[in-house]
Write a protein that binds this ligand. Structure first.
Ligand SMILES: [Zn+2]
Length: 293
């Protein structure tokens, strides 16, 4: 099973489709507004259709519709369920040069929008700018997301992977504990900063039969695209996982509620391992109780 499928399953297990509509803006064009040795800051400037030759004119209404630079809005959680994986895997092709990194960042933010790390200025203390990005911070976050994926795989994958991961600790259990704690700290602190519990008014989905209109649900909101991506990772962590050794696939909603494995093969493998463990246990207990003559 691919990671994309795992992330979709995790999302569908952990939340309702009706809470996935929170939107983020994409822009056509970014200008470099500040350059230093290690960093470039870019901004999607507003392209005002009334700015040319219409001095003194004013208008009201939604800013997005009067900004020619805005491509559209999309719902990351609904439309790009594995965005966290896509973002983290940028680290695999990190060119290491400023120019190379700049090109990759620009392609990404045109496709999915900026990460949302800058405050939005006067609009409110909690809002993040959807127009600004920093090359340095972007790649810092790529590295952090890649580390989270590696920690997750080490904590949930086969023992060999954990052994090679460089996690501190004498035993496998200690190493796994460390990988889990470190991952939970990273994901948890990002959720606290970038996401918030949100009441969704589902008024528009009025039930025909009863005419009921007070349908409200509790889901998650996000302040930044980074927050949306870490929600995806949180769902991946919390969702029901296959219990076969070394398998970290998510068990989908189509499986029985008491299913413990993701597939028939995993079920067989798990049974085999359990029988082997049981045989080992009974062998050692026989030794211990054998007469000492
Ligand atoms: Zn499995």
């Amino acid at each position: 099973m691919t990671e994309r499928e795992n992330f979709i399953r995790a999302r569908d297990n952990e939340t309702d489709d009706r809470y996935l509509g929170t939107r983020w803006v994409r822009f056509h064009h970014f200008d470099a507004v500040e350059k230093t040795e290690n960093n470039v800051r870019v901004e999607a400037r507003k392209h005002d259709p009334l700015a040319d030759g219409t001095k003194g004119r004013s208008y009201s209404g939604e800013w997005l519709f009067v900004d020619y630079n805005a491509t559209d809005e999309y719902a990351p959680l609904r439309d790009e369920p594995d965005l966290f994986v896509k973002f983290a895997s940028l680290a695999d092709n990190d060119p290491g040069t400023t120019d190379g990194r700049y090109d990759i960042m620009l392609e990404w933010i045109k496709k999915y929008g900026v990460l949302g790390l800058y405050p939005a200025g006067n609009f409110g203390p909690d809002l993040r700018s959807e127009r600004e990005e920093s090359l340095f911070l972007f790649w810092h976050e790529v590295g952090r997301a890649a580390r989270c994926m590696a920690l997750y795989k080490a904590a949930t994958g086969p023992p060999g992977l954990l052994q090679r991961s460089g996690a501190p600790g004498k035993t496998l259990a200690e190493k796994r504990k460390w990988a889990e704690t470190t991952l939970f700290d990273e994901v948890g602190s990002t959720l606290r900063r970038e996401c918030f519990p949100k009441l969704f008014d589902l008024y528009s989905q009025v039930r025909e039969d009863s005419g009921e209109t007070t349908d409200v649900g509790l889901g998650w909101g996000f302040r930044s695209l980074l927050g949306a991506m870490y929600l995806q990772m949180a769902w991946r962590i919390t969702s029901r996982r296959c219990a076969a050794p070394g398998c970290n696939n998510i068990i989908g909603l189509d499986k029985r509620s008491d299913a413990e494995t993701c597939h028939r093969n995993c079920k067989e493998r798990r049974r085999y391992h359990r029988n082997k463990e049981a045989a080992k246990l009974s062998a050692t207990s026989h030794e211990a109780t054998a007469p000492l003559n």
